[in-house]
Design a protein around this ligand. Structure first.
Ligand code: FAD
Length: 431
């Protein structure tokens, strides 16, 4: 055991040194801080060896480690079952306190409870902080204390509360640069963690182009959204910095960041939404469960250019524009009458920004089964969406180079599919 008493700061989905609430607190604990990241085997075992998110996490950790070297410190990177890693750490080091930022997903809540118990049994004090949202689940509620399940009143309350604290305080960790534990842990290679570098990369985020976000955000060829989603997912940007900035620049953009928090609190209060319809009245819908149709959708061969371009973009880059995600998801649920859970699981495998709350929330929105969802009788026409949002075909030509050679026949005719969807939903929705 290393006799020096220390504090451990456990990085999870907050992969940055600046404006990191838990880290800011840890650095003031009075003990030198050992920064830690654990590659959790329980999650890694479900991922392909070249998973692009693992590459992104690895590269983000590497940047943190480089910065820590300037303070004479280093990141301790472990791989294993989190329980086992913590058992080992408290044997190896004189850990007095552990700090981390809260994570609101069901798996993480359970994991953190177990680790907190383990540490408490060993006399280690644990402190968890709000970092990844402006307002947590219990902070924005209706007058009766119940959670909001409709977005607009949630957003109004959120804005009202935000105005009272704006700009939200940011946390300068650099002033405590002497409070790190002096160390030189070996930074492992990606292959030592059992992974390979992916060719799919997270794009740098892009805030310079969002001045006219409210007018341009729906046009996938324009490249005018922020590309912040993977950065928010893994915490390589601070949500406080972003919200303070967005509140000064563009209300529509700010309201998208509020959607993120809306779905996070829905997941927290209604964890059943991970697998089940938010609206249980929709449980009787008879999905077609057709595997062959699903494979055509997954490979971007439905014959509808907007749908196919979206899926091909996702398969090639790990990203898909939001308007196109809406069209692609609606097509799966309504035109093909396949369960939203299939599409959600496919996006979860592929998206660099995959985030349980946003993915489930948006899929259920598209399926009509979610809170504040699209009405079941609203069935996007993928060709009209194309005319509206990619009239010149720049986006679809980028992803379907063969488009001008005469594009394939739609796998399902729109008018028939629309009528079938409405009839099936009507028959399945419990009165
Ligand atoms: P911008 O338009 O620049 O928006 C800025 C930020 O606001 C985003 O980074 C994101 O954090 C947040 N945001 C924007 N739209 C939404 C929304 N509808 N719901 C929640 N947050 C939003 N987003 C994810 O982060 N992870 C997912 O797994 C995910 N799955 C989706 C699945 C479907 C079927 C649909 C329709 C949308 C999904 N979204 C998801 C929401 C949205 O499509 C992405 O956040 C957005 O396209 C990311 O690109 P951007 O960062 O350039 O977005």
């Amino acid at each position: 055991m290393t006799a020096q008493p220390i504090t451990v700061f456990w990085f999870r989905r907050d992969l940055r040194l600046e404006d990191n609430v838990g880290l800011y607190q840890a650095l003031q604990s009075g003990y030198p801080v050992l920064p830690l990241f654990i590659f959790d085997e329980a999650i890694l075992e479900h991922l392909p060896k070249d998973d692009a998110r693992v590459t992104f996490i690895y590269e983000s950790l590497s940047k943190i480690n480089e910065k820590l070297a300037e303070f004479g410190s280093s990141l301790l990177v472990k791989k294993g079952k989190t329980q086992d890693v913590w058992h080992q750490l408290i044997t190896e080091f004189e850990v007095k306190e552990v700090f981390f930022n809260k994570d609101y997903e069901p798996y993480a809540i359970n994991r953190d409870q177990q680790i907190t118990e383990l540490l408490a049994q060993n006399g280690v004090k644990v402190q968890a902080f709000k970092d990844q949202v402006i307002f947590e689940e219990a902070e924005i509620t209706k007058a009766d204390g119940l959670p909001y399940t409709v977005y607009t009143p949630y957003k109004n309350k959120w804005l009202e509360k935000y105005k009272m604290i704006a700009p939200v305080a940011e946390h300068d960790t650099t002033v405590f640069s002497k409070n790190w534990l002096a160390s030189s842990f070996v930074f492992p290679s990606l292959s030592a963690i059992g992974f390979e570098t992916s060719t799919i990369k997270v794009k740098p985020h892009n805030l310079t182009k969002i001045a006219n976000y409210h007018e341009t955000r729906d046009f996938p060829a324009l490249d005018t959204t922020s590309y912040l989603s993977p950065h928010l997912r893994f915490g390589t940007v601070s949500v406080r910095k972003l919200v303070n900035w967005a509140a000064r620049k563009n209300d529509v953009f700010l309201s998208e960041l509020i959607w993120r928090e809306f779905f996070m609190q829905i997941l927290y209060h209604f964890p059943k939404v991970v697998q089940h319809n938010f609206k249980s009245a929709y449980d009787g819908i008879q999905w077609r469960n057709d595997q062959a149709d699903f494979q055509r959708w997954c490979s971007g061969n439905t014959g509808y250019p907007m749908v196919d371009a979206g899926i091909r973009e996702l398969n090639a880059t790990g990203y898909m524009h939001n308007r196109v995600r809406m069209v692609v998801a609606s097509f799966l649920c309504k035109h093909l009458l396949l369960p939203w859970q299939w599409g959600e699981a496919y996006f979860a495998q592929k998206l660099l920004d995959y985030d349980l709350s946003a993915n489930v929330g948006n899929w259920q929105w598209a399926a009509g089964t979610g809170c504040d969802a699209a009405p079941y009788f609203r069935v996007f026409n993928p060709d009209i969406q194309l005319q509206k949002f990619d009239a010149k075909g720049h986006y679809i030509r980028k992803w379907i180079p063969e488009f001008d050679l005469g594009y394939g026949v739609p796998m399902v005719e729109h008018a028939m599919a629309r009528d079938r969807a409405i009839a099936t939903y009507k028959a399945g929705i419990l009165k």
